[in-house]
Design a protein around this ligand. Sequence first.
Ligand SMILES: [Zn+2]
Length: 85
Amino acid sequence: MKCPSCARGELEPRLVDLVERWQRQRVIIKDVPADVCPECGEHVYTGETADRVNELIRSSVGVGVEVVIRRFVPKSEDELVAAMR
Ligand SMILES: [Zn+2]
């Protein structure tokens, strides 16, 4: 699939680390399956992946927590294999 951002690169499936800010906290989610553009670095996620990342972020934060590191857990082995292809 061509990159929707630059239309030059061919998207490649990768596992990436996301850093998100949520309120005053920083949440790092590791090993998120994404399609990455080698040309411009654009990351494209499926809607389901985005939903689960948001859920992980919301469930990670708490009073007094500054940095949270979570690992994205695939729902099934198939999803992990698909992400690694
Ligand atoms: Zn691109």
